[in-house]
Ligand binder design. Structure first.
Ligand code: HEC
Length: 191
C-alpha cells in the first residue's frame, strides 16, 4: 500500500514536472512570437511608406524650398489664371514656411511677415499637368529695406522632367507687388 502511494505520488510528480516544463516552453514560444510581432510592427512604422511629396527640391530650385507643398497653404482653393492677362499665368497655389499660429496668432493675419519667411507660388500652366513656374519671395533682413526686405525670384521650366532655371527677379516683380504694400507686398492673404 505504501509503495503504491509512493509510486502514485512520484508518477504525479513526474506528470506535474512535465506539465510545468511544457507550460514554460509554450510561454517562451508565445513570448517569442509576441516579440517578433512587435518587431514587425516597429519595422512597419519606421520603414518609410512611399512619401507623397519629394523631400528634395525639384531640380534647379534652391534647396530651402524643398518640400514646400507641405508648408502652410495661404489659399483655400487653387487660384485660376487672372482674366485679361496673368503675370504668373496658370493655376496657382501659394505656400509659406510658417505655421498658421505664427502669422495669424489670434485667427487674424498679422503683417509684416517675420524675417526668414519664404512665400512660394507654384503655377500649373494652362493645359499642363506639371508645375511650370515657381515664384519665390524671401524676407531677408537688410536685403532691400525700401521694399520690406523681400527678395523676388522666378523660375521656369517647360517640361515635367526639365530642371527649373531662374528667369526674372527684382524690380520687375516688386514694381507690381507694391500695389499691396499695405499687406507686406503679398497679394494672397491667409484663408
Ligand atoms: C503685373 C503684376 C505682377 C508682377 C509683375 C509680378 N507679380 Fe507676383 N503676383 C501678382 C499677383 C496678382 C499675385 C496674386 C496671385 C495670383 O493672382 O497669381 C502674385 C503672387 C505672387 C506670389 C505669391 C504671393 C502673393 O503675393 O500672393 C509670389 C511669390 C510672387 N507673386 C512672386 C513674384 C515674382 C518673383 C515676380 C517677378 C519675377 C512677380 N511676382 C511679378 C502680380 C504680379
Amino acid at each position: 500500500m505504501k509503495t503504491q502511494t509512493r509510486n502514485l505520488l512520484s508518477s504525479l510528480a513526474i506528470i506535474l514536472i512535465t506539465c510545468l516544463f511544457f507550460a514554460s516552453c509554450v510561454e517562451k514560444q508565445l513570448e517569442e512570437i509576441i516579440e517578433q510581432q512587435d518587431e514587425e510592427k516597429t519595422m512597419d512604422t519606421v520603414e518609410p511608406s512611399q512619401p507623397e511629396e519629394p523631400v528634395t527640391a525639384l531640380p534647379g530650385l534652391p534647396a530651402d524650398v524643398a518640400g514646400y507643398t507641405q508648408w502652410l497653404k495661404l489659399n483655400a482653393e487653387p487660384i485660376p489664371p487672372a482674366p485679361g492677362g496673368d503675370p504668373h499665368n496658370g493655376t496657382k497655389n501659394v505656400y509659406v514656411n510658417k505655421t498658421r499660429e505664427d502669422i495669424a496668432p489670434n485667427g487674424e493675419q498679422q503683417f509684416p511677415y517675420p524675417d526668414g519667411s519664404i512665400v512660394i507660388k507654384e503655377a500649373y500652366r494652362p493645359g499642363k499637368d506639371y508645375v511650370g513656374l515657381i515664384a519665390i519671395m524671401r524676407k531677408k533682413a537688410g536685403v532691400d529695406p525700401d521694399h520690406n526686405d523681400w527678395e523676388f525670384t522666378e523660375y521656369l521650366r517647360d517640361a515635367p522632367d526639365a530642371a527649373f532655371s531662374l528667369k526674372f527677379q527684382g524690380g520687375i516683380c516688386w514694381g507690381c507687388h507694391a500695389r499691396v504694400e499695405d499687406i507686406d507686398y503679398v497679394f494672397t492673404e491667409l484663408e
